[in-house]
Design a protein around this ligand. Structure first.
Ligand code: BES
Ligand code: MN
Ligand code: ZN
Length: 503
């Protein structure tokens, strides 16, 4: 497990005894800030001014003899007027890049003395940015090198003269969230041969025990008894049985409260089934087709550890999608959990089949809201790329406010989402000749929206759909996000729920 000791100090900066001290500086305060630092670190800081302008992503490393921290990293935040959590996360991540190069074991993070009013929020962003950037996945490296493991053991956050209690709360929140994101990344990065639905459910149960949410895992017999025809149909081509995992977080005082239900797509590996995917740039990334489930599991872990004050349930329908000899075929008509019938025209549109059952099962909770996350469509990547997920909602009172709240949570966390429309005419593309609906549109256009329109058939409560096909798994690094699983959605969900008022 990725875990780091995080503490807070109000000692003078010069007294910080760390391998590297990271100091974020706003563009318009470079001169003043460097002059302050020069009183302890001396001329090296003055010389650094030549190479450091405080712009976003600017970073310099300097060495001095005078102060206790022998290395100092200046990292830029851009103009102070625009400096927010995202700038701080990026600055901390740039500092981590320098720390990794010098193998720093202990690191100091100085809260900026200008910009970012909210001390707790600033501390959270610094710790998150640093830890998210320090994440490594070395499970399968037999001789991990310096690049594959992080030397990091301890982070000390310097208050910069702000309220120590507030800084501590934010730093702790940042640590818990970054660890939950690391959990989600690990789950995505784990090799598919270790990730049968049963093994994955076992991992969820272990995380529940570790972090304090309860879990129930249904096996194939129970899934049959519940009539989850979509999940069973997708599973038919597989050697491994499906599972359905229910996670519950219910604080005592929330006994009778309708829950928020989180649903995550748990396709352990998506070959496409008989509608087989090509390997290159397609099937070769499909171990990540459970990233929605990973986000839900990460969020449940964080909510439990943060002692979140409301009732939350997580649901994960899980199976792989394979072309085994008993595989479901194009033309099959499936009776779903809700009782509706679906004509399967493409077995690669499997996510919606298993999610439909989870969504109709969710209605039994009379939920105040269901948020469902899935790596649902390649069309999402085409439309929005790999940094922004698509968000849609059904037409219910307050749907506008819900989309807005999710987009705002996205901006605060850097897990960006952008809305797509759900006009009724998109749904007409799913009319079937033989069944109630078909699982794909006959046209390629607007693929993310028709997928969401399919899912909408199985909801009868306020529902937010997030298609994170692009941002859940990267083939190139981004600030604070590595290649591979990103843990997208974990912090987004927690941030959204934090601000969410069911009334
Ligand atoms: N898991 C894929 C979607 C996906 C694509 C996720 C790329 C991540 C990256 C999903 O099950 C799928 O295969 N969708 C099809 C739907 C089509 C058959 C209507 C797609 O997007 O091509
Ligand atoms: Mn598919
Ligand atoms: Zn899929």
């Amino acid at each position: 497990m990725f875990s780091v000791d995080v503490s807070v100090t109000a000692t003078p900066l010069a007294n910080m005894d760390v391998d590297l001290l990271i100091v974020p500086v706003c563009e318009d305060h470079v001169a003043a800030r460097l002059e302050e630092l020069a009183s302890e670190w001396g001329d090296p800081v003055r010389s650094a001014a030549q190479d450091f302008d405080g712009s976003a992503d600017a970073a310099v490393l300097l060495y001095a003899q005078s102060a206790r921290a022998k290395r100092l990293a200046l990292v830029g935040m851009g103009p102070s007027g625009k400096a927010g959590p995202d700038e701080l996360r990026r600055a901390a991540a740039a500092g981590e890049g320098l720390a990794a190069k010098c193998g720093a074991v202990t690191v100091g993070l100085a809260l900026p003395t200008t910009g970012m009013e909210d001390a707790s929020c600033a501390a959270q962003a610094l710790v998150e940015g640093y830890m998210l950037s320090a994440y490594r996945f070395a499970r399968y490296k037999t001789a991990p090198g310096k690049k594959e493991v992080s030397a990091l053991e301890r982070i000390v956050v310097h208050t910069g003269g702000r309220d120590t209690e507030e800084v501590s709360v934010g730093a702790e929140r940042g640590r818990i969230l970054a660890e939950a994101v690391a959990t989600a990344r690990d789950l995505v990065n784990i090799s598919p041969d270790e990730k049968s639905a049963t093994a994955f459910s076992g991992m969820i149960a272990d995380l529940g025990k570790e972090h304090g949410f309860s879990t129930e895992v249904w096996d194939k017999t129970r899934i049959e008894r519940e009539g989850m025809g979509g999940l069973l149909a997708v599973n038919r081509g597989s050697q491994e049985p499906p599972t359905f995992t229910i996670m519950t977080w219910k604080p005592d005082h929330a006994e009778s409260e309708p829950p928020v239900v989180l649903v995550g797509k748990g396709v352990m590996f998506d070959t496409g089934g008989l509608s087989l995917k090509p390997t290159h740039n397609s099937m070769d990334h499909m171990k990540a087709d459970m990233a929605g489930a990973a986000a839900v599991v990460g969020a449940m872990s964080a909510l439990a550890r943060l002692n979140f004050p409301r009732h939350v349930v997580g649901l994960v329908p899980a199976t792989d999608n394979r072309p085994g000899e008993d595989a479901y075929v194009p033309g099959d008509v499936i009776r779903m959990h809700s009782g509706k019938t679906v004509e399967v025209l493409n077995t690669d549109a499997e996510g919606r089949m298993i999610l439909a059952d989870a969504l109709s099962y969710a209605s039994g909770y009379a939920p105040s809201l269901v948020i469902e996350l899935s790596t649902l469509t390649g069309a999402q990547v085409v439309a929005l790329g790999s940094e922004v997920a698509a968000v849609m909602t059904n037409d219910r009172p307050d749907s506008e406010a819900r989309l807005h709240a999710m987009e705002e949570a996205g901006r605060r966390t850097g897990d960006l989402v952008h809305r797509m429309p759900m006009y009724a005419h998109y749904g007409e593309l799913l009319k079937s000749e033989v069944a109630d609906i078909q699982n794909i549109s006959n046209r390629r256009e607007a693929g993310s929206i028709t997928a969401a329109k399919f899912l909408e058939h199985f909801t009868n409560y306020p529902w937010i759909h997030i298609d994170l096909a692009g941002p859940s798994f990267l083939k190139h690094v981004l600030p604070w996000r590595p290649k591979g699983g990103t843990g997208f959605g974990v912090r987004l969900l927690v941030e959204f729920l934090h601000a969410y008022d069911p009334a």
